[in-house]
Ligand binder design. Structure first.
Ligand code: NAD
Length: 316
């Protein structure tokens, strides 16, 4: 089987491509090296993939590539490509989000219309929910994004559903809840916290630190993709969380314990677009494809910390 992974030089896409190769699939990785964060980090993400048997890398933008050629002989698509991150999606930056997250997704779906795909797995986000009153959040909870980024991820998901309904593209959407671990994007909180502790810098916490998050270890997010590929139900969306909910400030305490260092914390203003609490009910993913997060926060943060220490120069 041959599989396309879009966003393959990114955090989640590179891990996913690695796992698929390990499982014996041929993988075509696509990435445009969007400069949202430095190219050298993304090149490092795919370093282990390039040259591996069964792996082909295509550098290019989904909006410019010949998609018919790209998708020829392909059995499935894992669509991870997007401009992620909430903060820069406000204001003038929105343009780029619409382009990459909405237009790119529509073009890809359109190119999948008349193909016999086994599955099209779309990387959605917990940001589609916004500030949910019901915790844990179920897939049936209202979708009311509180950031422009969330709006684009929801649009992508709705487009995916449209192509399932209209053309039978076997789409499954995975709503990831904050994914972390080695290679996490440098704009994300754990990366920044861990880096600050390693380098003796300051940790800026937006708000009081009392906000809670459901954190998903990268290995679990990747496993969810493979399981959804095999058994996810077409047209459905699934929460993919880490199975527990923790206050941000407690995560910093765990980081202090792991590193043996005291964190230098500064509390700043809470950020527009950040949901106050996220907590996934993963019953549906468990029911349909036996999703079970295996890595707890302490174990996952330890792995992330050790990896960052070893690869620190990439981020300096
Ligand atoms: P990332 O930025 O590390 O990876 C995304 C990759 O997609 C980047 O390398 C970028 O260059 C590429 N890309 C973007 N637009 C493209 C285009 N038009 N053509 C080709 N390549 C393009 O982000 P990530 O954290 O790995 O996120 C992967 C996916 O998961 C995204 O769709 C994101 O919205 C979603 N997601 C991530 C998280 C998380 O916690 N990391 C949470 C929820 C949802």
């Amino acid at each position: 089987m041959k599989i396309v992974v879009t966003g393959a030089a990114g955090f989640i896409g590179s891990h996913l491509a690695e796992r698929l190769l390990k499982e014996g699939y041929a993988v075509v990785g696509v990435d445009s090296f969007l400069d949202y964060y430095p190219r050298r980090i993304k090149e490092h993400n795919v370093k282990g993939l390039n040259g591996k048997k069964g792996f082909e890398f295509v550098e290019g933008d989904i909006l410019d590539l010949n998609l018919d050629k790209l998708l020829g002989g392909i059995d499935a698509v894992f669509h991870q490509a997007a401009i992620a991150g909430v903060r820069s999606s406000w204001g003038a930056g929105f343009d780029e989000y619409v382009r990459n997250n909405i237009l790119g997704t529509q073009l890809l779906l359109e190119a999948c219309r008349d193909r016999q795909l086994k599955k099209f797995v779309y990387a959605s986000s917990s940001s589609v929910y916004g500030d949910s009153d019901e915790l844990p959040i179920k897939e049936t909870s209202p979708v009311r994004p509180v950031s422009p980024y969330g709006v684009t991820k929801l649009s992508g998901e709705q487009l995916a559903y449209l192509y399932f309904k209209g053309y039978g593209v076997p789409v499954v959407s995975l709503r990831y809840f904050t994914v972390y671990g080695p290679r996490q994007r440098p704009d994300m909180a754990f990366h920044k916290f861990l880096k600050a502790v390693v380098t003796g810098g300051e940790i800026e916490v937006y708000g009081t630190g009392e906000q809670t998050r459901d954190f998903t270890f990268i290995g679990d997010a990747v496993s969810a993709n493979l399981a959804a590929f095999s058994s996810g139900v077409g047209g459905e969306s699934y929460n993919i969380g880490g199975g527990s909910r923790i206050k941000l400030i407690e995560c910093i305490r765990i980081i202090e314990e792991i590193s043996g260092k005291k964190a230098n914390i500064r509390f700043g203003d809470s950020q527009r677009g950040d949901a106050r609490h996220t907590y996934a009910d993963v019953t549906k993913a468990k029911r349909d494809f036996q999703y079970l997060p295996l890595v707890g926060i302490r174990e996952g943060l330890t792995e992330h910390y050790n990896w960052l220490k070893k690869n620190l120069e990439l981020y300096l």
